[in-house]
Design a protein around this ligand. Structure first.
Ligand code: ADP
Length: 186
């Protein structure tokens, strides 16, 4: 686990499964339809049950870089925030970074609008959407750090990145070390 204190919030990295997190909200790396997919999206719908998909059907999809919220269904998390990251090879490196940052920012905005104080993110776009982990990690982390710096009063106290596998965790840990002075490794 790595952890860093940022103004009013804590930013954490853990290796694990996002569906079992005890944060108030977990973020889903969804697709534009919000009607379910593979990877982390499939895992969240399987663990959270049919209520999440039923609510997603009423939302009219989600633009890339935007985020929408539903119940957490059977999950421990009260909410699932569905965001859509870029398909890396379709948009070019620069636009991909903008859209990935936007997906993180919008997810935190939606969380704050619902009074959520703790949020867990997966490594958005790094699976089927092809974003190289080493490139996605600093973009994702910087977007969250920027949001927390600028919105201290928004009420978010914990952001946890839940990385599947050692390699993903280490990519985020390396990126975090470069972005902040002294992350605590444990
Ligand atoms: P995308 O389409 O945005 O690339 P994917 O679901 O294919 O989304 O993958 C995003 C990341 O989520 C990948 O790094 C994948 O290893 C990871 N992942 C898959 N299942 C889980 C899970 N249960 N918990 C946390 N991360 C997961």
């Amino acid at each position: 686990m790595a952890k860093v204190q940022l103004k009013a919030a804590v930013l954490e990295l853990v290796e694990g499964d996002i569906t079992v997190q005890d944060t108030e909200a977990i973020v889903n790396a969804a697709n534009n339809s919000l009607l379910g997919g593979g990877g982390v999206d499939g895992a969240i719908h399987r663990a959270g049950g049919p209520e999440i998909l039923a609510e997603c059907r009423t939302l009219g999809g989600c633009a890339t870089g935007d985020a929408k919220i539903t119940t957490g269904g059977w999950l421990q998390a009260r909410y699932v925030i569905h965001t859509v990251g870029p398909i890396y090879w379709q948009v070019g490196v620069r636009r991909a970074a903008e859209l990935l940052a936007s997906a993180h920012r919008r997810s935190l905005e939606v969380a704050a609008e619902h009074g959520v104080q703790s949020v867990a993110f997966p490594a958005i776009s790094t699976g089927a959407y092809g974003y190289p982990m080493d490139q996605a990690a600093p973009v994702a982390l910087q977007a969250v750090i920027d949001y927390l710096d600028a919105h201290e009063a928004a009420g978010i106290r914990l952001v946890r990145f839940v990385l599947r596998g050692r390699q993903a965790y280490e990519a985020f840990a390396r990126a975090l070390s470069r972005l902040v002075e002294a992350p605590v490794q444990a």
